[in-house]
Ligand binder design. Structure first.
Ligand SMILES: *[C@@H]1O[C@H](CO)[C@@H](O)[C@H](O)[C@H]1NC(C)=O
Ligand SMILES: *[C@@H]1O[C@H](CO)[C@@H](O)[C@H](O)[C@H]1NC(C)=O
Ligand SMILES: *[C@@H]1O[C@H](CO)[C@@H](O)[C@H](O)[C@H]1NC(C)=O
Ligand SMILES: *[C@@H]1O[C@H](CO)[C@@H](O)[C@H](O)[C@H]1NC(C)=O
Ligand SMILES: *[C@@H]1O[C@H](CO)[C@@H](O)[C@H](O)[C@H]1NC(C)=O
Ligand SMILES: *[C@@H]1O[C@H](CO)[C@@H](O)[C@H](O)[C@H]1NC(C)=O
Ligand SMILES: *[C@@H]1O[C@H](CO)[C@@H](O)[C@H](O)[C@H]1NC(C)=O
Length: 392
């Protein structure tokens, strides 16, 4: 009986007059909206109050937290001097339905100082904490965008020496990974080289694509060199060593230890899915289950054919998202070094980010809008990290 009385009460809500929700933007110099998430009914108004600095309230989407939603609302920049504490500018959004509305601050967007990337996001009618489109997940995605922008900036200022850029062939544009809005350094451009190669009493002419800082295509010997790589082992999600420098004709012997791993070719911008481009597929060892008490370890061989960088991962579970990746001939002096590749795999959390990205559009809630918004403990602790003051 109590329950039915309660639902009757909720059913009457539409007749209650529309509410006005006040949201403070950047109060006390913090890169935050307060509150960070609200529930609102159709007909309600959300009024953003802009505090000192220079913020926006711009509509985005769950899939792209720091990117403007096409046709979405935007307050524009609201510069407010530090000494101004009243008559703050406002911007009002009319809530028309119970669909989630995602909002970010567009200040310094696409730079390491991006307010959105530092967690300055807001939501109306988002999913519950345990749902894919929770506020916590939205904020996490925004922080991941920020982390990738910082990592990208760090990589670009470290030794990043490609040979003399050729304006015609060298793209210096940063791109994004296959999913998740993670920014990655430009791909190296190979230069075609024709060279006479001498091996023992044999000499031949070869034409090859020379990658910056890659080894010459000269085999070390007719048989090549053997490089041994241990895959996995008790409590280990690693390739050991995780990267090798190898010449054509060299053999990489992958020795599979405990658990059940693969070595599977992928791409720098898409580390955790099998390589597949222009109809070409990459190599894949298949799964090698190895018992905990095993003393003999199966091997799988890969023969190096050229000196272009090769990227690979283990496709078991989320091993890749945990950093179980491998490279051959990665240019360690460039932004696309082994560590950068591993960072992409971790930032995309294997394929989890892709799953969230594609799940988001179908995850919209059709609830009445009377949801209590709970903000998980995890997002609160992430928040502390985001509060490092950036003054713009
Ligand atoms: C506010 O920020 C925008 C974007 O960064 C900038 O173009 C504008 O000049 C800033 N306004 C003031 C008054 O600082
Ligand atoms: C803020 O400071 C500026 C420059 O010091 C001054 O011109 C302005 O009147 C001050 N505004 C307020 C609201 O105190
Ligand atoms: C609600 O509808 C009004 C009128 O069409 C529109 O101006 C406003 O942007 C809509 N609100 C949202 C959040 O889309
Ligand atoms: C492997 O990567 C590490 C870290 O990026 C680097 O220091 C090392 O030189 C690389 N080793 C080889 C063989 O490329
Ligand atoms: C190894 O992993 C694959 C993929 O998860 C699975 O299909 C296979 O059954 C596993 N093999 C063993 C023996 O656990
Ligand atoms: C892999 O290469 C090593 C070294 O050349 C060789 O001893 C081994 O038999 C090869 N394994 C397979 C499965 O071909
Ligand atoms: C990474 O993905 C796994 C599932 O593969 C998930 O359980 C985990 O929560 C994700 N971690 C983050 C930080 O999103």
């Amino acid at each position: 009986m109590f329950a039915s009385t309660l639902s009757l009460g909720l059913a009457l809500l539409p007749f209650v007059s529309a509410a006005i929700h006040d949201v403070q933007v950047g109060a006390s110099g913090k890169l935050l909206y307060y509150p960070e998430a609200i529930a609102a009914h159709p007909g309600d108004q959300v009024v953003f109050h802009f505090h000192a600095k220079n913020h926006t309230a711009t509509q985005s989407s769950f899939a792209d937290p720091c990117g403007r939603k096409e046709g979405g609302f935007n307050s524009g920049f609201q510069p407010v001097p530090v000494n101004q504490t009243d008559h703050l500018p406002t911007f009002t959004v009319h809530v028309n339905d119970t669909e989630p509305i995602w909002v970010y601050c567009a200040q310094a967007v696409r730079t390491p100082n991006s307010h959105c990337g530092l967690g300055m996001v807001f939501a109306i009618n988002c999913g519950y904490d345990d749902e894919p489109n929770s506020f916590g997940n939205f904020k996490k995605a925004a922080l991941a965008v920020g982390a990738s922008l910082s990592a990208a900036a760090a990589a670009s200022t470290s030794a990043y020496a490609y040979p003399t850029p050729d304006a015609h062939t060298t793209s210096t544009a940063w791109t994004t990974a296959a999913y998740g809005d993670y920014t990655i350094p430009p791909a190296p451009h190979p230069t075609p080289v024709t060279q006479a190669v001498t091996l023992g009493d044999q000499t031949w002419t070869t034409t090859y694509e020379s990658y910056p800082n890659s080894p010459a295509p000269t085999p070390a010997s007719a048989e090549g060199v053997v490089h041994k790589v241990i895959v996995g082992g008790p409590g280990k999600l690693t390739f050991d060593p995780p990267n090798v420098s190898a010449l054509p004709r060299d053999t990489i012997v992958f020795e599979f230890h405990q658990k059940n791993h693969t070595v599977t070719q992928s791409a720098f911008d898409d580390p955790c899915r099998p390589f597949n481009a222009n109809g070409l597929t990459g190599f894949d060892s298949g799964f090698f289950p190895v018992a905990d008490d095993a003393t003999e370890f199966p091997t799988w061989n890969y023969t190096v054919t050229d000196t272009a960088p090769v990227w690979a991962y283990c496709r078991q579970g989320n091993h890749c998202g945990a950093g179980m990746v491998f490279s051959i001939n990665s240019d360690e002096s460039s932004g696309r070094n082994f560590q950068a590749f591993q960072n992409v795999a971790k930032a995309l959390n294997g394929t989890a980010v892709a799953a969230v990205t594609s799940a988001a559009p179908t995850a919209t809630t059709t609830d009445s809008g009377a949801n209590p918004i709970k903000i998980g403990g995890a997002s609160i602790s992430l928040l502390a990290a985001a509060l490092v003051g950036y003054l713009l």
